[in-house]
Write a protein that binds this ligand. Structure first.
Ligand SMILES: *Cc1c(COP(=O)(O)O)cnc(C)c1O
Length: 356
């Protein structure tokens, strides 16, 4: 059914985001939504278990202060520079409404996180797509025009390509009249965070999530870091929408995740090491592999159709992500799995490519 008389006008016009498949079968090798192949820190699980008591009858702290303090400790920030949300998707939603909705269109790359145009539809934010270069790199000069704001992931999704911090700084310098949002969902897998720039740039907002590098996609915790006046705008929207975006378990689990630096470093290093190994093995199979600073690789094969490869992998119980989108329809985005999963992927690909 496509709408009826009870729907508001905008609902009929929305074009909702379609997340990667979350299959009900558990025996699949799931390399399609960039989840961390390792579990969360055992200290996170302990902290959550310790909070499973009668206090769940009580509302959580609406400000999540303990988690703001843990993030402030980790990055050397003041809590007034931190905003928390129910996953970074919710943080992003509030950003579009609070800081990116202006008369001029906002700018984002033509190849990027596909939730951005969806939020533009929901909040009626005008936007313009800026083409990435032929090699799918982002050229900051192309953003040198009147705009209502700029947003891009770094590393970019789904390419995995990293924009150096010096270029972000250049972009901030030449664009002081609107907000620049850097979505750092994958920054811990090989990039340098722009959080170090927020003290010098009042128009910079950095967004991060605990879903990828801290292995807590199921807990739903994201945050933004920026000048207190940007944070205040987000708090105003949040407190007009849902006062309690983070539940009690998410707050204590998030604190433990930031406090266990050793586990965080160890698992990030393991993913990075597997990525480099997988990238070279895929190259050996004839794939072109874009340089990645994320927990996935973006690859294409000059002789094989990407949709066919994706379907062939699926038949063998391995799911990867294929985007039916101009410019990237010959690419596969493959999440880095555990070593044995990466090996399974390579074995199946070798058969599909006729090597075995
Ligand atoms: C995964 C991802 C997010 C969303 O993360 P959640 O915190 O799980 O909502 C945001 N931006 C990009 C680019 C992502 O890949």
């Amino acid at each position: 059914m496509s709408g009826n008389k009870y729907w508001s006008k905008i609902v009929g016009e929305l074009d909702p985001y379609v997340p990667g498949e979350q299959p009900k079968l558990s025996n699949l090798v799931k390399l399609n939504t960039n989840e961390n192949p390792y579990g969360p820190s055992p200290k996170v699980l302990d902290a959550i278990s310790a909070s499973l008591d009668d206090d769940l009858r009580l509302y959580p702290d609406p400000n999540g202060d303990l988690l703001k303090q843990a993030i402030a400790r980790f990055y050397g920030l003041n809590v007034s520079q931190i905003f928390l949300g129910n996953g970074s998707d919710e943080v992003l939603a509030h950003i579009f409404q609070a800081l990116l909705k202006h008369k001029n269109p906002i700018l984002f790359p033509d190849i990027t996180y596909s939730f951005y145009p969806v939020y533009c539809g929901l909040y009626q934010v005008p936007f313009e797509r800026v083409s990435l270069a032929e090699d799918l790199t982002l050229q900051v000069e192309d953003y040198n025009k009147a705009n209502g704001g700029i947003i891009f992931p770094n590393p970019n999704a789904p390419t995995g390509r990293l924009l150096p911090l010096a270029e972000i700084e250049g972009l901030l310098q030449s664009n002081q009249d609107s907000v620049v949002v850097v979505d750092e969902a994958y920054i811990d897998f090989g990039g340098e965070s722009a959080i170090t720039l927020v003290d010098r740039h009042p128009n910079l907002l950095v967004v991060q999530t605990l879903s990828k590098s801290r292995s807590l996609a199921g807990l739903r915790v994201g945050f933004a870091v920026g000048h207190p006046s940007l944070i205040e705008a987000l708090e105003r929207v949040k407190n007009s929408f849902n006062s309690y975006p983070l539940d009690r378990l998410a707050i204590v689990g998030g604190v433990a995740a930031f406090d266990d630096k050793d586990y965080f470093q160890k698992t990030c290093e393991a993913v990075i090491c597997s990525r480099e190994k997988l990238a070279s093995e895929l190259s050996a199979l004839g794939f072109q592999v874009l340089p990645s600073a994320a927990n996935f690789v973006f690859v294409s094969h000059p002789k094989y159709n990407a949709a066919d490869l994706s379907a062939g992998l699926r038949e063998q119980g391995i799911i990867v992500r294929h985007f039916k989108q101009a410019r990237i329809d010959q690419y596969l985005r493959i999440t880095i799995g555990r070593p044995e999963q990466n090996k399974q992927l390579l074995d199946v690909l070798a058969v599909l490519l006729g090597y075995l």
